[in-house]
Design a protein around this ligand. Structure first.
Ligand SMILES: [Zn+2]
Length: 265
């Protein structure tokens, strides 16, 4: 049976699979690091997001409290008016007695004037009480319309924070796992490659040291690769870097493509 050249090469020198596996490690390391960055960002921003949720609910709650406050105020004012009406009515009764018991024209006129003034006052109070009544009804209607929101606000808030806490816990756990995984991969890299990786990752703001080639371009700096570079990349027999941004390049090769490459060789 004829041994394919690629396997022969591996058996003789172990060149191709060794380098390929280093590149694969770099790709894995990059994916892990990118994930770690994403998780760290989510964890670091958690307090701010939590405050945002709190603020959103507080906004709802304060808008409801404001309406409830208006209703309570109107109710208190209406109760005061009712007390004043009752009080004025006792004065009217007293004025009526005075009128009945008046001994002379002067007493009679005084009692009459008093009665008139008190009745007028009662009328004013009653109108105001009616206005308050209407105001209360309107506010009650608004509260009724928002009753579902009001009743579920606390439960929704609790649920939102429970979701938030669960997600944060998940992120922290993933962060720990990924950090562990990163270390495990990193220590298997040759020292020089590991230091190149670290230098590239630290230099770049997005932490990308290993960039995928997408549509013939470096996906980190978008520079179009020369055909020769693309061809060499496909063979995956050495670590290649972008001529523009110096990041390590790779072509994500599906299983079928990988096979095609080895057949070409
Ligand atoms: Zn580049």
């Amino acid at each position: 049976m004829k041994i394919p050249y690629i396997i022969k090469l591996f058996l003789e020198r172990g060149v191709f699979p060794k380098v390929k596996s280093e590149l694969e490690k770099l790709i894995e390391l990059q994916k892990t690091d990118t994930n770690i960055r994403k998780l760290k960002k989510a964890i670091d921003g958690a307090e701010q997001r939590r405050a945002g949720i709190e603020q959103e609910f507080e906004l709802h709650a304060s808008s409801i409290r404001e309406i409830q406050g208006r209703r309570d105020k109107a109710q208190t004012e209406r109760a005061n008016l009712e007390n004043q009406i009752a009080e004025t009515k006792t004065y009217i009764e007293r004025a009526a007695r005075n009128l009945k018991n008046s001994q002379n024209q002067k007493e009679y006129e005084t009692a009459m004037r008093e009665t008139d003034a008190l009745q007028k006052q009662t009328g004013t109070f009653e109108t105001q009480a009616l206005e308050k009544m209407t105001e209360i009804e309107e506010v009650e209607k608004v509260l009724e319309e928002r009753s579902e929101e009001i009743n579920s606000l606390e439960a929704n808030k609790t649920a939102a924070f429970a979701d938030f806490d669960a997600e944060l816990k998940k992120n922290r756990k993933q962060f720990d796992n990924e950090t562990k995984k990163r270390h495990e991969v990193f220590v298997t890299l040759p020292a020089q490659l590991a230091s190149v990786y670290n230098r590239l990752a630290q230099r770049s703001r997005d932490g990308i040291a290993v960039a995928e080639v997408v549509n013939g371009s470096c996906s980190a700096c978008f520079m179009k690769l020369r055909p020769q570079v693309r061809l060499e990349l496909k063979t995956m027999d050495k670590i290649m870097t972008c001529e523009s941004c110096t990041r390590i390049l790779y072509i994500a090769a599906p299983a079928a493509d990988a096979q095609a490459v080895s057949q070409e060789i």
